[in-house]
Design a protein around this ligand. Structure first.
Ligand SMILES: [Mg+2]
Length: 184
Protein backbone atom coordinates (compact mmCIF):
# COMPACT_ATOMS: atom_id res chain seq x y z
CA UNK A 1 0.00 0.00 0.00
CA UNK A 2 1.27 3.48 -0.84
CA UNK A 3 2.21 5.69 2.06
CA UNK A 4 -0.09 8.61 2.85
CA UNK A 5 0.99 11.80 1.08
CA UNK A 6 2.85 14.06 3.50
CA UNK A 7 0.54 16.44 5.32
CA UNK A 8 1.40 20.10 4.95
CA UNK A 9 1.60 22.21 8.08
CA UNK A 10 -1.27 24.63 8.70
CA UNK A 11 -0.82 28.37 8.33
CA UNK A 12 -3.14 30.23 10.67
CA UNK A 13 -3.67 33.62 9.10
CA UNK A 14 -4.69 36.85 10.74
CA UNK A 15 -6.01 39.66 8.49
CA UNK A 16 -5.61 42.95 10.37
CA UNK A 17 -1.89 43.40 10.90
CA UNK A 18 -0.26 40.83 8.61
CA UNK A 19 -2.39 41.35 5.48
CA UNK A 20 -3.88 44.76 6.28
CA UNK A 21 -1.09 46.90 7.77
CA UNK A 22 -3.54 49.06 9.68
CA UNK A 23 -0.81 50.81 11.71
CA UNK A 24 1.09 52.05 8.64
CA UNK A 25 2.24 55.58 9.33
CA UNK A 26 1.48 58.58 7.19
CA UNK A 27 -1.35 59.35 4.79
CA UNK A 28 0.10 57.32 1.92
CA UNK A 29 -0.55 53.64 1.68
CA UNK A 30 2.43 51.27 1.73
CA UNK A 31 3.85 50.27 -1.64
CA UNK A 32 2.07 47.45 -3.43
CA UNK A 33 -1.14 47.93 -1.46
CA UNK A 34 -4.57 49.05 -2.60
CA UNK A 35 -7.09 50.64 -0.29
CA UNK A 36 -10.55 49.11 -0.07
CA UNK A 37 -13.61 50.29 1.86
CA UNK A 38 -15.69 47.52 3.37
CA UNK A 39 -18.85 47.15 5.39
CA UNK A 40 -18.97 43.52 6.51
CA UNK A 41 -22.37 42.65 8.04
CA UNK A 42 -21.00 41.50 11.41
CA UNK A 43 -19.19 44.82 11.87
CA UNK A 44 -22.33 46.78 10.95
CA UNK A 45 -24.34 44.70 13.43
CA UNK A 46 -21.80 45.32 16.22
CA UNK A 47 -21.81 49.07 15.60
CA UNK A 48 -25.60 49.19 15.47
CA UNK A 49 -25.86 47.16 18.68
CA UNK A 50 -23.65 49.82 20.29
CA UNK A 51 -25.96 52.56 18.94
CA UNK A 52 -23.34 53.75 16.48
CA UNK A 53 -23.31 54.29 12.77
CA UNK A 54 -20.99 51.98 10.86
CA UNK A 55 -18.53 53.80 8.64
CA UNK A 56 -16.81 51.70 5.98
CA UNK A 57 -13.61 50.07 7.22
CA UNK A 58 -10.42 50.99 5.45
CA UNK A 59 -8.61 47.81 4.45
CA UNK A 60 -5.28 47.87 2.64
CA UNK A 61 -4.34 44.70 0.80
CA UNK A 62 -1.50 43.63 -1.44
CA UNK A 63 -3.00 41.55 -4.25
CA UNK A 64 0.30 39.68 -4.71
CA UNK A 65 0.12 38.19 -1.22
CA UNK A 66 -2.39 35.48 -2.11
CA UNK A 67 -0.05 33.79 -4.55
CA UNK A 68 2.90 34.22 -2.19
CA UNK A 69 0.99 32.55 0.62
CA UNK A 70 -0.23 29.70 -1.56
CA UNK A 71 3.35 29.02 -2.62
CA UNK A 72 4.75 28.63 0.89
CA UNK A 73 3.90 24.96 1.37
CA UNK A 74 1.06 25.22 3.90
CA UNK A 75 -2.63 24.60 4.15
CA UNK A 76 -4.02 28.06 4.77
CA UNK A 77 -6.62 28.67 7.48
CA UNK A 78 -8.24 31.96 8.50
CA UNK A 79 -7.58 32.82 12.14
CA UNK A 80 -9.01 36.33 12.16
CA UNK A 81 -11.86 38.26 13.74
CA UNK A 82 -13.16 38.57 10.16
CA UNK A 83 -13.97 34.86 10.61
CA UNK A 84 -16.03 33.52 7.67
CA UNK A 85 -16.32 37.06 6.22
CA UNK A 86 -12.62 36.78 5.29
CA UNK A 87 -13.72 34.39 2.55
CA UNK A 88 -16.18 36.97 1.17
CA UNK A 89 -14.22 40.19 1.59
CA UNK A 90 -10.50 39.37 1.72
CA UNK A 91 -9.85 36.12 -0.17
CA UNK A 92 -11.16 37.30 -3.60
CA UNK A 93 -8.99 40.44 -3.51
CA UNK A 94 -5.89 38.34 -2.84
CA UNK A 95 -6.73 35.62 -5.35
CA UNK A 96 -7.14 33.07 -2.57
CA UNK A 97 -9.69 30.26 -2.69
CA UNK A 98 -12.22 29.92 0.12
CA UNK A 99 -10.28 28.76 3.17
CA UNK A 100 -11.29 26.91 6.31
CA UNK A 101 -12.01 29.22 9.23
CA UNK A 102 -11.19 29.03 12.92
CA UNK A 103 -14.46 30.11 14.56
CA UNK A 104 -14.60 32.17 17.75
CA UNK A 105 -17.33 32.22 20.40
CA UNK A 106 -20.11 34.79 19.81
CA UNK A 107 -19.41 36.68 23.03
CA UNK A 108 -15.77 37.18 22.25
CA UNK A 109 -13.83 38.65 25.20
CA UNK A 110 -10.11 38.78 25.93
CA UNK A 111 -9.15 36.00 28.32
CA UNK A 112 -8.75 36.99 31.97
CA UNK A 113 -5.12 35.94 32.20
CA UNK A 114 -4.23 38.24 29.31
CA UNK A 115 -3.85 35.43 26.81
CA UNK A 116 -5.00 36.42 23.33
CA UNK A 117 -8.56 35.09 22.90
CA UNK A 118 -7.62 33.26 19.72
CA UNK A 119 -4.98 31.05 21.29
CA UNK A 120 -7.07 28.21 22.74
CA UNK A 121 -9.16 28.01 19.58
CA UNK A 122 -6.15 27.96 17.27
CA UNK A 123 -4.56 25.15 19.30
CA UNK A 124 -7.83 23.19 19.39
CA UNK A 125 -8.34 23.62 15.63
CA UNK A 126 -4.80 22.40 14.86
CA UNK A 127 -5.48 19.27 16.95
CA UNK A 128 -1.81 18.36 17.17
CA UNK A 129 -0.91 19.13 13.53
CA UNK A 130 2.15 21.32 12.93
CA UNK A 131 1.10 24.93 12.45
CA UNK A 132 2.54 28.35 11.87
CA UNK A 133 0.52 31.24 13.22
CA UNK A 134 0.90 34.70 11.73
CA UNK A 135 -0.56 37.52 13.82
CA UNK A 136 0.35 41.01 15.02
CA UNK A 137 -0.77 40.31 18.60
CA UNK A 138 1.48 37.39 19.60
CA UNK A 139 3.42 37.66 22.86
CA UNK A 140 5.31 35.36 25.21
CA UNK A 141 1.98 34.31 26.76
CA UNK A 142 0.71 32.77 23.55
CA UNK A 143 4.09 31.04 23.07
CA UNK A 144 3.96 29.56 26.55
CA UNK A 145 0.39 28.38 26.09
CA UNK A 146 1.13 26.76 22.75
CA UNK A 147 4.22 24.94 24.00
CA UNK A 148 2.26 23.64 27.00
CA UNK A 149 -0.86 22.56 25.10
CA UNK A 150 0.15 21.71 21.56
CA UNK A 151 2.07 18.45 21.13
CA UNK A 152 3.35 19.12 17.58
CA UNK A 153 5.74 21.73 16.18
CA UNK A 154 4.47 25.31 16.07
CA UNK A 155 5.87 28.59 14.81
CA UNK A 156 4.31 31.70 16.31
CA UNK A 157 5.36 34.45 13.95
CA UNK A 158 4.71 38.04 14.93
CA UNK A 159 4.12 40.52 12.11
CA UNK A 160 4.42 44.27 12.62
CA UNK A 161 1.05 45.92 11.79
CA UNK A 162 2.92 49.00 10.51
CA UNK A 163 4.33 46.92 7.65
CA UNK A 164 2.28 43.77 7.16
CA UNK A 165 3.95 40.70 5.70
CA UNK A 166 7.40 41.45 4.29
CA UNK A 167 10.10 39.46 2.50
CA UNK A 168 11.67 38.32 5.78
CA UNK A 169 8.32 36.99 6.96
CA UNK A 170 7.73 35.01 3.77
CA UNK A 171 11.29 33.64 3.96
CA UNK A 172 10.87 32.54 7.59
CA UNK A 173 7.54 30.87 6.84
CA UNK A 174 8.88 29.07 3.77
CA UNK A 175 11.92 27.82 5.72
CA UNK A 176 9.77 26.49 8.53
CA UNK A 177 7.42 24.66 6.15
CA UNK A 178 10.48 23.15 4.46
CA UNK A 179 11.80 21.93 7.80
CA UNK A 180 8.43 20.37 8.66
CA UNK A 181 8.40 18.55 5.31
CA UNK A 182 11.87 17.11 5.94
CA UNK A 183 10.94 15.86 9.40
CA UNK A 184 7.98 13.83 8.12
MG1 LIG B 1 -4.46 41.29 13.96
Amino acid sequence: MAADPPQRPLLMLDVDGPLNPFAARGPRRPRGYRTHRMLPPSYVARREAAGRRARPLRVRLNAAHGERLLGLGYELVWATTWAAEANEYIAPLLGLPRLPVVEWPEDLVPELDGLLFKTRHVVAWAAGRPFAWVDDALTAKERRFVSAHHPGPALLHHVDPRWGLREDDFATLARWAGRCAKEQ
